[in-house]
Design a protein around this ligand. Structure first.
Ligand code: ARG
Length: 280
């Protein structure tokens, strides 16, 4: 489906404009296996049971922690690139740090309501999201890819027409795929949404969906951790990941963006990325 690719390209351009002037602090590819997809649906890093409130002293990062290598569970702890960069930002600002694991589509509402200080979740900057929250500079890039079972008859985007596509609810993969064919999507009726990316992959493994559209690094981690899956060999749109902050919290946006800029410039972000993503 060439329209899909065109739409992705258009979105890429819009995103690039939106992120114009931003640094890209990450690169590389590859992944580590072993994502724990059976972790609790909601938890807070460090084993605390109650969700801490964002305050002057505590930087609360809202995320959705089934997205290795950006955020995922290791036992009860949430680790990953976002978890570590978020902690480094809090350290720079002299704030305590805590992570709140919520559904992906609850991240922006949590940030808007002040429950979380910032949202950091391998979140793509899109013009629509920019209407609701402010974004920092970009710290990493992502690409939407398609995971299929080995031996699938889906070999290209065109082959996805009429197939059932699994996505994580509210992600850019969901937004692209569930759009109408006239707009380059595959239509709502061909998309099944899951709360977690890992649930979409489980559905693929059990044959409930024919493919999964998700970001490239988590896709690599899922494929490495589960036998019988592969990623389609087609280049798609590149997206920019950034941290979101409430529109009415300009002061915090500037603080976080400045801290992030320093961490990119002094190589800390790259060091963290290299720890989780091994170059091919
Ligand atoms: N990059 C995609 C988006 O922004 C997917 C992000 C999903 N992140 C997560 N932590 N589950 O829509």
């Amino acid at each position: 489906m060439k329209k899909f690719a065109c739409l992705l390209a258009a979105l890429l351009l819009a995103t690039l404009f939106a992120a114009c002037g931003n640094d890209d602090g990450a690169s590389g590819a590859g992944s580590q296996p072993g994502g724990d997809t059976s972790a609790p649906a909601s938890a807070v890093s460090g084993g605390e049971s109650a969700q801490p409130a964002a305050s002057d002293n505590t930087l609360v990062m809202a995320t959705n922690a089934f997205f290795e290598p950006y955020e995922y569970y290791e036992g009860d702890d949430i680790v990953g690139i976002d978890a570590e960069v978020g902690k480094a930002i809090a350290d720079k600002l002299g704030m305590d740090f805590s992570i709140s694991d919520v559904d992906f589509d609850a991240i922006i509402p949590n940030v808007q309501s002040g429950k979380a200080t910032m949202g950091m979740a391998g979140m793509t900057v899109t013009p629509d999201r920019e209407k609701n929250v402010s974004f920092t500079r970009s710290y990493s890039t992502g690409i939407q890819v398609v995971i299929v079972p080995e031996g699938s008859d889906i070999a290209s985007l065109d082959d996805m027409e009429g197939k059932m596509i699994g996505v994580q609810q509210g992600t850019t993969g969901d937004i692209y795929c569930s759009d109408t064919p006239e707009n380059g999507g595959f239509g709502e009726e061909n998309v099944t949404r899951y709360n977690k990316g890992s649930d979409a992959v489980m559905a693929l493994l059990s044959g409930k969906v024919d493919c999964v559209v998700i970001d490239n690094e988590p896709a690599k981690a899922f494929v490495a951790a589960n036998e019988g899956l592969k990623i389609l060999d087609t280049a798609y749109a590149e997206e920019q990941y950034a941290i979101c902050v409430a529109k009415d919290n300009q002061e915090m946006l500037e603080k976080i963006d400045t801290a992030l800029g320093e961490l990119i410039d002094d190589g800390t972000v790259q060091e963290i990325v290299d720890k989780y993503i091994t170059a091919e």
